[in-house]
Design a protein around this ligand. Structure first.
Ligand code: SF4
Ligand code: SF4
Length: 288
C-alpha cells in the first residue's frame, strides 16, 4: 500500500503556498467598469464537484493559512457554494476563510446560511459607490438592495459573531484628478462609517489587469506578493495570479498534477525568483 499523501510532514525543499484561491464559479452578475470580467475570454462555468473535492483533499497536505473560495466572478452565484465552504470547514477545521462578494445576492436565506459557517476571517463586500446613479454606472446593479444586504450582514454578525471582520470597499474613483478622487473617496468612507458602524471601510487601488484596464497607478518594480497564493480556475487550470483573468499564463493543470507539483514546478519557481520587471506579464502589471 503506498504511503498516505496527507500524513507526511512538510518535505524539505518543497515550497508551500500560503493561500489557495479557488474559482468555484467564474460567473458574475455585475459589470463593474474598472474590472476586466465583462471582457473575459474564458467560457462561463462552475467547478465540478470532483475537482473541488480533489483540491480540498490536497489542501490537507498544504495546510494553507487561508482558503479563498472565489477568484473571478461572484461566489454566491455558485448554487453549491454553501456545501463547498461547509466541506472546507469539515476537512480543514483550522484553515481560515476569506470571502469576497459584491453583496448583491446576500438575501435573508443566504445570510442565514452564511451565519452557520465557521472560521470566517474576513467577508469583503465590494460596494464601489456611494449613491444609486453612480452605482448603476460603475457596477450595473441596484444600490439600495446591495446596501441593505450589507447593513443586514453587519447587524447579523454583531448578533451571531460568525465573521472576524466585515470590510466594505470601493475601488478608487480612478481619474487623474486628485481633488475629484479625494472627494469621491471621502464620500464613500463617510457613507459607510455613518451608516454601517461595525464594518471596516477601505478605498483601494485600481488595478490594470495586465494592462487591459486603464489605471493611473504606475508600475512599481517589486517582488510580487500575490505569488504566495495558488489560483485555481474553474476548469482546473492553475493561473499565474488573480490578475490573469483570461487564464493566459498557466502554471499547470490541477486535473493532471498535484497542486504542490504545480507550485514547485520550474515555471512557478521562476516567477517567484525575482522582481516584476523580469517577467511577462508582470512588467505590465500595477499590482503592488
Ligand atoms: S469586480 Fe467583481 S463584481 Fe465587479 S464585474 Fe468584476 S468580478 Fe464582477
Ligand atoms: S506582478 Fe505578475 S504575478 Fe503579480 S499580480 Fe501582477 S501579473 Fe500577477
Amino acid at each position: 500500500m503506498p504511503p498516505s499523501l496527507f500524513n507526511k510532514k512538510k518535505s524539505v525543499g518543497t515550497e508551500y503556498p500560503e493561500e489557495l484561491q479557488i474559482e468555484t464559479t467564474n460567473r458574475c452578475n455585475a459589470k463593474c467598469n474598472f474590472c476586466h470580467h465583462p471582457f473575459m475570454k474564458r467560457p462561463l462555468t462552475d467547478m465540478s464537484d470532483s475537482l473541488f473535492e480533489k483540491i480540498i483533499k490536497q489542501a490537507k497536505e498544504i495546510n494553507p493559512k487561508f482558503i479563498l473560495p472565489f477568484l473571478h466572478g461572484e461566489m454566491f452565484l455558485d448554487k453549491k457554494i454553501f456545501d463547498r465552504i461547509t466541506y472546507i470547514n469539515k476537512e480543514l477545521p483550522t484553515t481560515k476563510l476569506s470571502l469576497f462578494t459584491n453583496a448583491s445576492l446576500l438575501d435573508s436565506e443566504r445570510l442565514a446560511a452564511l451565519s452557520k459557517i465557521q472560521n470566517i476571517n474576513l467577508i469583503h463586500c465590494s460596494l464601489n459607490s456611494y449613491n444609486t446613479a453612480d452605482y448603476r454606472e460603475r457596477v450595473g446593479l441596484n444600490f439600495e438592495v446591495t446596501f441593505d444586504n450589507i447593513k443586514e450582514l453587519v447587524r447579523l454578525n454583531k448578533e451571531r459573531n460568525f465573521a472576524k471582520e466585515i470590510l466594505v470597499s470601493s475601488v478608487e474613483f480612478g481619474k487623474e484628478n486628485k481633488v475629484k478622487n479625494k472627494e469621491y473617496n471621502d464620500k464613500f468612507t463617510k457613507l459607510i462609517t455613518e451608516n454601517i458602524p461595525g464594518a471596516t471601510v477601505k478605498v483601494g487601488y485600481k488595478y490594470n489587469y495586465l494592462g487591459k484596464i486603464f489605471s493611473f497607478r504606475k508600475f512599481r518594480n517589486l517582488r510580487c506578493q500575490r505569488l504566495r497564493t495558488l489560483c485555481i480556475l474553474a476548469n482546473g487550470l492553475v493561473s499565474l495570479c488573480c490578475m490573469d483573468m483570461d487564464g493566459e499564463y498557466i502554471l499547470g493543470n490541477a486535473n493532471e498534477k498535484s497542486l504542490l507539483d504545480i507550485y514547485n514546478g520550474d515555471l512557478a519557481r521562476e516567477y517567484r525568483s525575482g522582481k516584476k520587471a523580469k517577467f511577462i506579464p508582470c512588467k505590465q502589471c500595477n499590482m503592488i
